[in-house]
Design a protein around this ligand. Structure first.
Ligand code: ZN
Length: 201
């Protein structure tokens, strides 16, 4: 098991559609073990394989919920449907999102309140979960990663402009940058007491 570096916006794998997993073999199982370890070290609530530089359709999560979904899990080759976000500006306090691949930053984004996830677990068994609220938000964030989108690509108006400036100002948006969870300073300043809804994915 190993913590893997988390790649930062600009790395091509984050901006391309990830490939389907054809067979769940030892390599995939090792990747998933490493993703859990990396997500934990980063104190994230979710992590998609492209964020550790692997363009495969897999993501993990660690997020308590009231939807009766296992709080810790992985999905392979997911398919997600979500309800349309309610029209209007996102609340700059209550609808804020962060991403481990845009480390230390956060911006408000409106998401659909409900989402339905299907796919398989690591044993190849089919799963189907109905999610709401924060869990639905996390699922939409991770699923976007597998389709080559970061949440900053979805922002609107002044938040989109601010995010573009921020990415540029940090020297991101170009390939070859990463950070090491558990080694580098936690970019969000999180510690083990940080509530899950304030964590990034
Ligand atoms: Zn993310």
């Amino acid at each position: 098991m190993a913590i893997r570096p988390v790649v930062i916006a600009g790395e091509p794998v984050l901006h391309e559609r990830a490939r389907a997993v054809e067979v769940i073999d030892d390599e995939v199982r090792e990747l998933v073990r490493d993703m859990f370890e990396t997500m934990d070290a980063a104190r994230g609530v979710g992590l998609a394989a492209p964020q550790v530089g692997v363009g495969l359709r897999i993501f993990t999560w660690q997020l308590a919920n009231e939807d009766r979904i296992p709080p810790r899990g992985v999905v392979v080759n997911p398919y997600l449907t979500s309800s349309k976000p309610v029209v209007g500006d996102p609340d700059p306090h209550d609808e804020v999102e962060g991403c481990l691949s845009v480390p230390g930053e956060s911006f408000p984004l409106r998401r659909g309140e409900q989402a339905t996830l299907t796919g398989t677990d690591l044993a190849g068994e089919e799963i189907r979960y109905e999610a709401t609220g924060w869990f639905a938000r996390m699922l939409q964030h991770e699923y976007d990663h597998l389709n080559g989108f970061l949440y900053v690509d979805r922002l609107s108006g002044k938040w989109a402009r601010k995010a573009r400036k921020t990415v540029k100002g940090n020297g991101w948006g170009v390939p070859g940058q990463s950070w090491m969870p558990g080694v580098d300073r936690d970019p969000f300043g999180h510690d083990d007491d940080t509530p899950e809804e304030e964590r990034a994915d």
